[in-house]
Design a protein around this ligand. Structure first.
Ligand code: SAM
Length: 282
């Protein structure tokens, strides 16, 4: 079980979006589809609904949601202009006309109360320092009887097996640095109760898991972990905060490489997805 990072008392940095906006990140993120990543939410959508996608990224999921609610209007917002450019270009390329994208933060949202039938938030809350505040904002813009769908990784269940003390230390340090940088890596454990606190009167919730258990998947995972460990958002933070040394970080990278060529390496991370409804008297 990863260590609890929620009680770290050192002053956190201002929130920063850790994945960045490189072409490589854009390539894998735009492979996301409504059929897989939005599957839990699609049954709750119907033609004519007005839908908001918060933190829409490159828009590949948004466009599928737009087809589910057509001729209803879809608005995708993202804090990063380049994501909005990419999403708008994709909509144009695919000839989707019931969607518009705009640069905006999730909190505060630039929309009046009760202006959407549905709100979707995929892989965004994890990156925020206070997911509950953002959820309250999403619920605020829902009409009475509206529906919200939220999906995120829950890093309180993340294992690299066969475990070793150094691999465990790497995993715990990753969560600690993420929290320090303004993310909420284990918030999704409370996803259902946060939706209730945000104002939903009915909720449902489920968990699933992504796993890596082949040589190619493990090799890609090792590369991603080492790139992150050596990144400016990780390496200097771990050293400056006294959580690691150059030697212990080099040991972690070596251990990851050694793990990556084992025939029995296996990794799994939990995902949580929840749906909430506001009361019809909302
Ligand atoms: C991991 S991506 C997910 C994108 C998309 N929802 C998907 O799953 O493909 C997270 C997105 O949230 C955006 N984001 C991060 N913080 C935000 C904020 N405070 N307000 C709005 N968008 C934000 C980022 O710019 C990024 O595009």
């Amino acid at each position: 079980m990863p260590r609890d990072v929620s009680s770290d008392t050192k002053t956190p940095r201002s929130p920063q979006y850790s994945l960045g906006y490189s072409n490589a990140t854009h390539r894998w993120m735009s492979l996301r589809s409504p059929a897989i990543h939005g599957a839990f939410f699609l049954p709750h959508l119907s033609p004519g609904m007005r839908l908001l996608d918060c933190g829409c990224g490159p828009g590949s999921i948004t466009l599928g949601l737009a087809s589910a609610v057509a001729p209803g209007e879809v608005v995708g917002i993202d804090i990063e202009p380049i994501q909005i450019e990419r999403a708008s270009a994709l909509a144009q390329e695919q000839g989707v006309t019931n969607v518009q994208f705009e640069v905006a933060p999730i909190n505060p949202l630039p929309f009046p109360d009760a202006s959407f039938d549905a709100v979707f938030v995929h892989a965004v809350m994890y990156h925020l320092p206070n997911p509950l505040d953002a959820l309250r904002e999403c619920v605020r813009v829902l009409k009475p009887g509206g529906v919200i769908g939220v999906r995120d990784t829950d890093y309180s269940v993340w294992f690299l097996e066969p475990a070793t003390p150094v691999l465990d230390a790497f995993r715990d340090l990753s969560l600690r640095v993420a929290a320090f940088n303004g993310a909420s890596p284990t918030y999704a454990r409370q996803q259902r109760s946060l939706l209730v606190q945000a104002g939903c009167t009915t909720t449902s919730s489920a968990a699933s898991c992504i796993s890596r258990g082949s040589a190619d998947e493990i090799a890609a995972s090792v590369q991603a972990h080492i790139t992150r460990l050596q990144s400016p958002a990780f390496y200097p933070v771990a050293i400056e905060q006294g959580w690691a040394t150059e030697t212990s970080l080099a040991q972690m990278a070596d251990e990851l490489r050694a793990w990556g060529v084992r025939a029995d390496a296996f990794e799994a991370i939990m995902w949580r997805e929840s749906v909430g409804w506001t009361s019809i008297e909302h």
